[in-house]
Unconditional design. Structure first.
Length: 149
């Protein structure tokens, strides 16, 4: 059974953890998305993942508890999902439980009349995506204290 090998894509990512540590490394994404054609995205990985996921740093390999991830960050040029920025753009300021304030854009693609930031954040999401000039941030809603629109 230990000889079973499943082909996976790797993605460079930086996690901010609940204790304030920042960890850089790689996660493993499925070659196939469960909701669309193509391979799994970081957003799908974060919203559909198990409690513990394999994570490889430059020096270590571990199982990381995803319920302790405050935020994940990838370089904006690594985004392969062209539809990610479809919808109404909102500039927001997010304050996390770590006291960090983040200014970023989020895109809301919901039915007319439900395109407020409040509507977007109250969906059944674990992480939501927002964009700076250089990064895509996936913020865990459990660790958001406030959002200003």
């Amino acid at each position: 059974m230990n000889d079973v090998r499943i082909d996976m894509n790797t993605e460079e990512i930086e996690f901010t953890l609940l204790d304030g540590r920042i960890m850089e490394g790689q996660v493993y994404l499925s070659m196939y998305s469960t909701i669309r054609l193509g391979s799994q995205t970081i957003e799908e990985f974060l919203c559909q993942c198990d409690r513990f996921v394999p994570f490889k740093t430059a020096t270590d390999f571990m199982l990381l508890n995803t319920s302790h991830i405050v935020m994940a960050r990838i370089d904006i040029d690594r985004n392969k999902n062209e539809l990610a920025r479809v919808g109404e753009k909102h500039r927001i300021n997010i304050t996390t439980t770590l006291g960090e304030t983040i200014e970023a854009d989020t895109y809301i693609s919901l039915p007319k009349g439900y395109q407020r930031v409040k509507d977007h954040l109250n969906q059944s999401l674990k992480f939501f995506a927002c964009y700076t000039d250089t990064h895509i941030l996936y913020v865990n809603l459990d660790f958001v204290l406030s959002v200003k629109d």
